[in-house]
Design a protein. Sequence first.
Lengths: 261, 204, 204
Amino acid sequence: MNSADEPLLFSGAAVQSDDALYIEVDGWEGPLDLLLDLARRQKVDLRQISILALVDQYLGYIERAGAMRLELAADYLVMAAWLAYLKSALLLPKEEQEDPSPEELALRLQLRLQRLGAMREAAARLMARDRVGRDVFLRGAPEGLRTDRKTLYRSDIFALIQAYGQVKARTAPRIYHVANRPVMTLDSALERVSSMLGVTLEWMELRDFLPPHASPELKRSALASSFVAALELTKRGKAELEQEEAFAPLRIRRLRDGAPA
Amino acid sequence: MSEDTAPGEDAITRALEATLFAAEDPMTPEQLSAHLGGMAMGDVREGLAALADHYATRGVHLVERGGRWHFETASDLAHLLRREKEQVRRLSRAATEVLAIIAYHEPVSRAEIESIRGVQTSAGTLDVLLEAGWIRLAGRREVPGRPVIYATTPAFLDHFGLASRRDLPGIDELRAAGLLDPVDEAMNAAMHFDPDEPEAEDAD
Amino acid sequence: MSEDTAPGEDAITRALEATLFAAEDPMTPEQLSAHLGGMAMGDVREGLAALADHYATRGVHLVERGGRWHFETASDLAHLLRREKEQVRRLSRAATEVLAIIAYHEPVSRAEIESIRGVQTSAGTLDVLLEAGWIRLAGRREVPGRPVIYATTPAFLDHFGLASRRDLPGIDELRAAGLLDPVDEAMNAAMHFDPDEPEAEDAD
């Protein structure tokens, strides 16, 4: 209670810095910290600690702080209320106890204190070790190790001439051959179909118009061209087309000049 | 060490000695081997052991910290050297405690740290430890919220002169006493009537 | 060094050893004496001599330079401080092409290389070849802009096992070896309109 005359910032929730974490009343860091300190004053093993005595000390402490008009952090007050409840529960006859039992709650508190105590001790032992820069020192001016990486490139004559060959092949002027494909143009088909239609007035199958000894490639071209020619002649009113069903042979015959069939 | 294998005349130990003296950071045997042109790992380990032995009584010691080796001054000479060389940062009590909790429990989440300390941990506290290079983020705990977990670093072992975490003062006793177990686990163990674990008391 | 004054057991030499090890700068005997709480100058000098003697055969030496003492790596091990690590890498395809063009056409400018390759050449590619020691700057072409021209080096001939550039196979030999065949010839063969393969359409 070293700074009773100045207002103390007690806010359990507002934790901005290490300083704010410190509870200014004698420098405890939170209610568990205060409890641990009080427990230590009992000078017994934390496993043997009297929780009831501890609770009394804590409540007594909070009361004194209140009497000195110290502002207490909310979490200290919450802990005080909880401990007061724990105390009353511990004093009640066993059969009226609820679940969890006050013994259980007390044990939990004791276990927490043991753990905090253990860690605090461990921290102290850790800090007391021979620390680099305080107890032991590293070499003041090490020369330092440096590894300079050097890349050695590897290749071989085959890779070299192959690369050159590919450059040449890639950039050499290229000659493209366009295949001369056998086709029957629409014009020649028209001419051919017209002239063949001129011979007779009978129905003829379109396939019969095709050149008889043509290669398979030319036959396909001729078939397509002749079909288009037949359509064209029909459209011009010079011929008529007939097909009995889908994919049946397509038949064509000449119309008498201008006269519909 | 016997005089007939004096490491001063031994090319391997001389090379290791020179390298570790010159190194700016502690080195693993693997790094030493690589630096020394692929020196056989067996030779590196033997050489390190011989060197550590040779220096054991001298003013400078060769020590292993977290698998990495470095020379440092003998700790009994601290009083001679400390004078102008107080380079160690002073840690706040909170930071000291948080560091101890992380070291003894790692990996550990902030919530777990707080449940042991009973107070919130300011971000600054963890920052100080992260900045010192003594703790690192060690991933996330696969529980709801996936909290970040923290663990110590090789630099932590270096600084506190620990060969490994097993050298943490009193860690075996703390573990044996169950003081590194969470409170809930300890409750189950202590309260022999846990309905879910009828065998609990046998497990003690 | 005599065994009966083993410095490892000597408080003075241990203190000197640790102090000099941790020192950031070389120290005079006077500084050492002052640092070690006014150690007698005679003790300092004797201790330094004993230490220097002890370290004389080790990987690290204690040496005096201009009246100041410090540890330094044994001179025969100085190469350990700065190691050169050689890493063998296969020349990239782009670099191989550029090298081949230079070899066949030297001296050539970068613009000429690019016009032969049909693609731009990064400066890095030429750097790699210069670094490998296979090409050199061979002056400037006396045309507008005076571009740098490149030529191969004797190291190039060495590496590729050539007695001279005349050993490089000529265009005709490359063609005979099939090395001038277009890369995508296989594609053409698969095309259906190849006039030499009238049956191709049956493959549909």
